[in-house]
Design a binder for this molecule. Sequence first.
Ligand code: PLP
Length: 405
Amino acid sequence: MSLSLIVKSIKPSPTLALNEKFAILKAKGDPVIHLGGGEPKSKVPMDAILSTVAHLNTGEVRYAPADGIPALKQAIIRYTEEFYERKVEPENIIASGGAKQAIMVALQAILNPQEELIFPAPYWVSYPDMARLCGAVPVPAYAEDGSFYPRVQDIADRISSYTKAVIINSPNNPSGAMYSEEFIAGVVELCEKKDLYLIMDDIYHRLIFDGKRPINAYKYAKKLDENSKLIIVNGVSKQYAMTGFRIGWAVANKKLIEAMTNIQAHQTSGPSVLLQKAAVGALNGVQSSVESLRITLENNRNVMMDMLNSFEGVKAYKPDGTFYCFADFSHFEKDSNKLSNFLIDKVQVLTVPGAEFGMEGYLRLSYCGSIKDITEGIERIKWALDFNAPNELYIGDRKLVRDWQ
Ligand SMILES: Cc1ncc(COP(=O)(O)O)c(C=O)c1O
């Protein structure tokens, strides 16, 4: 079949294949555990639901402005003041179909074919393919010391004459690492000096632990006028457990927002007014659900870390935020796709291979599910990989017998 060069440059996600495997096992009634999830399980805030229903009841569900309805822009202006201490205008904002679309239209607005987009590794699976969809080149920056915390120099070393933008996601999916104030300050300074766009993907910025506070990149910017190349991306998906509502946004200079709006207008005409109303409800409503989700996730993180720390052969690093732990399983198997498939086949636990995030030998384990799933999931993985463990394992009243060495 004749397909475009661009579509041929991106790859299908093995995560989807794993999810399909999981769904088939689940439909068969098998006791599968999903440690691969990318969304909190808490309920959507009531204010979001009421706001959507109120609008639905008017019977007037129409096209909306492609860059977002005024009420949502006002809510984002308030959010930006509260979390970024910055007063912006409606023309500095675009609301999109999730943070994902906000990032995608930003990249489409700034990247030319052949130009390069730098991001620290491990990285969110979508960044490389988003760059490729623009005909651009993804450039992962690995920390010299092999850790999850690159130095500013590690980013600087990847800059070439083709570099157009840097994207930073902190706390990071998949590692849970939150970069230091010094690092963020250094990257802001570096991008200003080199005249590069800097996209801050702050989608997890309130889901952080151990008393940490969200970091505000504006604090370190010297150029804060309409020529600023700093783009802040955020959304309701993770913090309000509203992944299915698909509302995210970007805050940037007016010219860039106008360009992004032109793209979005031709692509989708902007997100549904109903879902924007839901986001307005969440952003303006009672905020207690965010803190209660954060506390639950911190507790889940602690449970997962306790289990992984007593798992001989696994190197686990304490996440500063998000709901992911990125653990080194290379002692058992260096090929993370092979290991992930082995775990779903043998003990019915879904994990995401590290190769997807640019680091072989690792698995991403999510702790956004129940404590029961976390503890039982890790127990099963332990059993599958420890050849000194008893030959049999009970899952409920089902007996698993080891038939591998
Ligand atoms: C790092 C990162 N950025 C952006 C997104 C996209 O969020 P949204 O659901 O708002 O599109 C995700 C979702 O998994 C993510 O992990």
